[in-house]
Structures are given as C-alpha cells and as structure tokens.
Design a protein around this ligand. Structure first.
Ligand code: AMP
Length: 556
C-alpha cells in the first residue's frame, strides 16, 4: 500500500471497501469524506452541505456499505435522489465500491422504466435501494411494507428534490420507514425548507460543511469551459492547439486518468508524463526535474502527487477534473504564477458541476470567466502557423540540399512542382486535418447552454439557454410544444411538471425546454426526436394527484 492510501485505511471502513476504493484509483479521502465518514459510521444523523464534485457520493456510500449486513437479504439502506440520472449514477457508485463485497445487491428505482424488474429486484433481497421519490411512492402504494426494514436513509441533493416538487412524496416515504433509522441529508444549499425537514426528521444531527474561507489568487487569470465528461480529453487537445504555454500541469482525480491523458498527449507529440501516487518517489523527482529543465512540457497529476511542486516555468494549470473543494482549487492553481510571473488557470466543468464553480468563485472572491471551445477556424490557423514555423527555417538552405532531388522527383513522376510539393506536404502532415471542413468535423461536442447563475432559473423557464450562448441547435429546432390541461388552478407549478417529466420520462434536464404555466393549461417544450415514445411513457403519469395527459400542441 502506498503512503497516500493510508488516508482511506485510517477511516475504519471494512477492508474490502477500502480495497475497492483504492482499486478505483482514489488516493485519499476528499474533505467531505474525511469529515462525514466517521460521523456516519458512529451512527449519527448528519447534515452535509456539499455539492456535486466534492466526493459527496462516496462520503455516504462508503459508510452505508460498511453498515450493510450481507447475510440479510432485505432492504437496509435507501438513498433518495432527485433525478433518474443521479439515481443511476449513485447506484453505479455503490456497485463500484461494493465490488469486493460479494452478496451486496443494489436496485435503482426510478420512473420511466417498467415496475416489474424493480419489484423483482426488491423481492430478491436487494439491500440498497437508490430511488427517485415519485417512483418509490408508486412502489409504496403497491406494498406499504417495502421500506419496513430500512434503517439508513440518505437524501442526496435534498434542495433539488424540493425544487422538483417532491416535498409531499418525501413525507410519505419518511412515514413508511422505522423511526429508529439513521438519516443523512446532503444538500448544496440549506434553505428554510430543508432546515424544516431536518428539524422534523433528523435526530440531533451533526453538521458537516466544507470550510470556505476566502482565499486570494493574485496574478492568475482564471477561466472555465463547459464540457461533457467524455469529451474532456478531446477538449484538452483542442485547447492546447491554440494556447501558447511554456510548461503546463493538468490535474485529474485518479491514477488511471493521469495515465490516460498523458498517453493521449504523447500520442499527439507533446512531451508529457503522468505523476501519481503509484510512481516511486525517485521517479517522481525525475519527472519534476524534467519539467523544470524542459525535457517535459506537460505533467498530468493527481493532487497528492503534485503536492509541493514548484516549477517556475509552469504558465498554465488545467483543472481537467474538478477539485473536491475550493481550497484544493486554490492550491492547484497556485502551481502557476510562481515568483511574480503571470499564470493562466483553466477549469473544465461538466454540466453537473456548475454549482462547484459558483462556490469556487465565492471563495476566491473572483469571477471565473467562461471560454468557449476554440473555433475550428482558430484551430486551423494555429495548425497552419505551426506548419509555417516548422518549414520557415528549412527554406534557407533546403534548396541547396534537396533542390536537385526535387527536380528529379518531379521529372520522374512527370508532375508539375506544385503537385509534388502538395504530395510532400500531405506526407509531412501525416493525415492531420488542414482544411476547415475537416477541422469542423473533429470539433468536440459541448453541452447545451451556459451555466446558470444562482437564482437565474425561474419557475417558468428551465432552458438555461441564453440567446448569445445557445448550443449549435437553436432553441425551437428539434423541439415540439406539448400541452396539458393542468394549469395554475390545479395547483401546478413548473417544478412539478419538470420533476414528473424528468423522472417518468427519463429525460436529461437540458432536453426540456421552456415550461409555461397558464391558468387552465400548461405548455412544455420537449425534444421532437422520440416524442411519441416519451408521450406514451408519460401516459399514466400524475401530477398533483391528477392525470397529466400531455399531448402534442398544434399552434394553428
Ligand atoms: P461526487 O461529488 O460524489 O459527484 O463525486 C465526483 C467525482 O469524484 C466522482 O467521479 C467520483 O468518482 C470522484 N471521487 C470521489 N471521491 C474521490 C476520491 N477520494 N479520490 C478521487 N476521486 C474521487
């Protein structure tokens, strides 16, 4: 075991959980894990204030797993999540951390999928249920005893659950569980509605919060870019084409990610290496020396491995994976701007991590500006500039050394000099895209819409698309308007509709456009693609106790 894994080993978790965590590539617990795990293990109720990106899932999943009695084939833990997407993510996380605990079964219970297999998994003795509130209530209506043996409850993203209108469902669920249970509540924010729930349903809860003292980051220019998680490597490669840097450090979360990104960079010809806790100390020192003296230009590191790294020629820090907390963000970007020089820090943000960005801005007291994926034209210009720069020094004497050969080749082939020069260029550039259309085809996909400002999302508009930041597909195109006869007079708010459609329809939030609530009806913009299937799925959906009956709306 390397010294860094001592962090998890010291938490008193079951060895098979620690082993699975280490196998996942985590080197040390994040701040929220460090603080929450001992409290949950000790049996306390807990309120954790943390957002996506802090490692909050493992903060509750690891101690909950530790408490599962594998010999009992009955539900023992319930995790509630606001959306199907998050429920699946949390269920997958549990499965990952339980890889070395045979006999642990996890069932994800969410709307928009048939009830049958979920009922079967529950009957077959799944110990951990990860559920969205609406669908879990459907199960409770069939069998009110489903939760009778559950003694650990986790509310994940509690504030989001309330925003989606799940308050009533939560009450039903609380009442279906034993009073003696342990309850853990994670929420990015703690508005009065959440505090009220905690007051009613948690017993002397402990509070855990990532300390957010303001920190200053002086001469470092900060920016972020919105990306999909699976497009990060492509985004980094793209950015590096247009960014002028001397030396760069890229931060990722796992050892495997250091290796993957370093090899992708090497494959593109960068002098790059990985730095992680598995690499022996003397080898790590060699990597850092190489970065100092220019044998390497890019190091891809985990936080642990980069601790104390001080290399003055670092001009750029890329936060490819989000840091767990603002402190480690400040620590990371402090690797550049050394000795009074200027530095540039870039943060890649996935749609789910937007909140963390806001926290970072608050803690650093600085606005992090948005940058966009470099446009294809800029990438093309950068490539041509590089090619020009590489050829320029050669033209001085290449004619002397290779001029005769050139004449002979064009004579032998029987082509004009331009054709031969073009053929040589094609060979020299080795398949690289050097025309606009090809560069455009390589452009990584970016998520829809820009991050929302706090409070910007109104009850009536959930698109998040500002006109100037619209994704390639303009709003409206590919969308259809649908109508329900439920409106304000039925007690419907946009959040109820959104919650129902997200969970029962299994859509991503970005897929749902504008929601307009009128007195006697409501309109929702939904993706045209697959609309009939979606409407069929929503056939029996009820909102505020009434049938939704969503139909295509014809404006004529
Ligand atoms: P979460 O905040 O739970 O959504 O977690 C965000 C990401 O961090 C997930 O991809 C986790 O796999 C990862 N993660 C959580 N804890 C750790 C850790 N201690 N070390 C490295 N990665 C982690």
């Amino acid at each position: 075991m390397t010294q860094e894994t001592g962090g998890f080993a010291a938490l008193d978790l079951h060895p098979s959980i620690v082993a699975a965590v280490i196998a996942t590539g985590y080197e040390e617990p994040s701040a929220i894990q460090q603080q929450s795990i001992p409290l949950i293990l000790a049996g306390h109720d807990l309120i954790g204030q943390a957002q996506t990106g802090t490692g909050k899932t493992a903060a509750f999943a690891l101690p909950v797993l530790h408490k599962i009695d594998v010999s009992k084939r009955e539900p023992q833990a319930l995790i509630l999540a606001p959306t199907r997407e998050l429920a699946l993510q949390v269920a997958t996380a549990f499965e990952t951390y339980a890889k070395q605990m045979p006999g642990v079964n996890v069932v994800a219970v969410y709307g928009g999928a048939p009830m049958g297999p979920q009922i079967k998994a529950l009957r077959q003795g799944a110990q951990i249920i990860v559920a969205t509130p609406g669908r879990l209530c459907d199960h409770l209506r069939r069998d009110e005893k489903v939760l009778a043996t559950v003694n650990h409850l986790v509310l994940d993203e509690a504030d989001e659950m309330l925003k989606l209108g799940f308050m009533d469902d939560l009450e039903v669920i609380f009442n279906a569980m034993p009073e003696s249970r342990q309850t853990v509540l994670f929420s990015a924010t703690l508005p009065p509605s959440i505090r009220a729930i905690a007051e009613r349903h948690l017993k002397e809860p402990k509070h855990v919060k990532i300390q957010s003292k303001t920190q200053t980051v002086a001469a470092i220019e900060q920016a972020y870019m919105l990306v999909h998680a699976d497009q990060k490597v492509a985004a980094v490669l793209r950015l590096l084409e247009v960014e002028e840097f001397d030396a760069l450090i890229a931060f990722v979360r796992t050892k495997q990610a250091t290796l993957d990104l370093a090899s992708a960079l090497e494959a593109k010809g960068y002098k790059a290496a990985a730095l992680n806790g598995d690499i022996a100390q003397n080898q790590r020192e060699r990597v850092i020396d190489s970065l100092k003296d220019g044998r390497l230009d890019i190091v891809v590191a985990t936080d642990v491995a980069a601790r104390g790294l001080d290399v003055p020629r670092i001009t750029h820090v890329f936060n490819v994976d989000m840091p767990y907390d603002p402190e480690s963000y400040v620590h990371r970007i402090g690797r550049t701007g050394r000795a009074g020089r200027e530095g540039r820090a870039l943060l890649l943000v996935t749609p789910r991590e937007r909140r963390m960005l806001q926290v970072i801005e608050r803690v650093t007291g600085q606005k992090v500006s948005e940058v966009r994926m470099p446009a294809p034209q800029a990438v093309l210009d950068a490539r041509i500039k590089k090619l020009t720069n590489s050829l320029k020094p050669l033209v001085a004497d290449a004619e002397t050394t290779h001029g005769e050969l050139f004449d002979r080749l064009s004579a032998d082939i029987g082509c004009n000099p331009r054709a031969l020069a073009a053929a040589l260029l094609r060979k020299a550039t080795n398949g690289q895209a050097l025309d606009l259309a090809s560069v455009e085809r390589e452009q990584p996909l970016v998520p829809n819409g820009a991050p929302r400002e706090r409070g910007e999302r109104s009850e009536r508009s959930f698109t998040g698309d500002r006109p100037e930041r619209r994704a390639p597909m303009p709003l409206g195109e590919g969308r259809a308007r649908c109508r329900t006869a439920l409106g304000a007079r039925d007690g419907i708010a946009a959040k109820n509709l959104l919650g129902a459609i997200l969970n029962e329809g299994g859509l991503a939030r970005d897929a749902i456009g504008r929601i307009q609530i009128r007195e006697t009806f409501s309109l929702v913009e939904l993706p045209e693609d697959g609309l009939d299937r979606l409407l069929a799925k929503l056939k029996d959906t009820r909102v505020a106790g009434k049938q939704l009956k969503l139909r295509r709306y014809r404006e004529d």
